[in-house]
Design a protein around this ligand. Structure first.
Ligand SMILES: Nc1ncnc2c1ncn2[C@@H]1O[C@H](COP(=O)(O)OP(=O)(O)O)[C@@H](O)[C@H]1O
Ligand SMILES: [Mg+2]
Length: 254
């Protein structure tokens, strides 16, 4: 188990109670730099809530969250983003009326503002657009750069979200069901892309995903959630062999 002190992302004794309902209970886990962790578990297990508490859109009732060893439990989502945290949502948050290129340019611009104000923001000159087009090429969308984001397939929207995270300089990336709504024929290329981007950038990735084949193929370790608690946190092979995990799914296929 990763030492939570040295982890890229660490949560300790995390609990979340909303209106008397225990949404998260005593979740402790550490994710190492460059590690890809998949979070699985039945509907309502608390996977999205865990991401919410990590990204700061929800405050835990108890426990702490640390990014690269710094406590961010009470930090705003914006401050966590400045510490390198990026996130996608179960539903896409792209600017659908803007072009693919503009969506990435906005992310790069927000990063520029972090470090030096608007005057540093990337402009529209060819030189300023070069790194943005590189991010787009990285995810295979440079050819689509002038199309409205709303005209992209679900799979391509997910790729665009990855380009946005590259442009915003995220080092820890939370992906909530990145394969949701994606056609089965687009799954392999999206999966490969997530793996390649993660390897090339050494980003730390925490991915909620219920396609078990994707999880087995991509994840270094798998966190299994059940009724708000962490049931198992181990290699994919050990997790699928775990009887407790199988029972938690009540016979449903993992
Ligand atoms: N803002 C909220 N207020 C009240 N209950 C919530 C809220 N967010 C999530 N829940 C409840 O917490 C439980 C876990 O939800 P969620 O984290 O979305 O699960 P998962 O992503 O694993 O499907 C569910 O029972 C859900 O209804
Ligand atoms: Mg969810």
């Amino acid at each position: 188990m990763t030492d939570t002190e040295s982890a890229a992302l660490a949560v300790e004794d995390l609990s979340l109670v909303i209106d008397g309902a225990q949404i998260l209970r005593d979740v402790t886990l550490g994710v190492a730099t460059g590690e890809l962790v998949a979070v699985i578990g039945p509907n309502g297990a608390g996977k999205t809530s865990l991401l919410n508490v990590v990204s700061g859109t929800m405050r835990p009732t108890q426990g702490r969250v640390a990014l690269h060893g710094r406590d961010v439990t009470t930090a705003s989502p914006a401050r966590r983003a400045r510490r390198g945290l990026g996130r996608t949502f179960q539903t896409s948050y792209l600017f659908l009326g803007l072009t693919v290129l503009e969506n990435v340019r906005l992310a790069a611009q927000a990063k520029g503002q972090r470090f030096g104000g608007l005057w540093r923001a990337p402009g529209r000159s060819a030189a300023a657009l070069a790194p943005i087009r590189e991010h787009l090429a990285r995810v295979g969308l440079d050819g689509a750069r002038n199309r409205p984001a709303g005209s992209l397939s679900h799979g391509d929207r997910r790729k665009l979200e990855l380009a946005i995270m590259l442009a915003s300089g995220s080092t820890i990336v939370l992906l909530d069901e990145p394969m949701a709504g994606v056609n089965s024929e687009d799954l392999p290329s999206l999966m490969e892309l997530i793996r390649d981007v993660q390897r090339d950038t050494d980003a730390t990735v925490v991915m909620v995903e219920h396609h078990i084949d994707v999880v087995l193929e991509l994840a270094h370790r798998v966190a299994v959630m059940h009724h708000g608690a962490l049931l198992a946190f181990d290699t994919p092979e050990n997790v699928v062999a775990d009887a407790t995990v199988r029972d938690a799914y009540l016979g449903e296929p993992l």
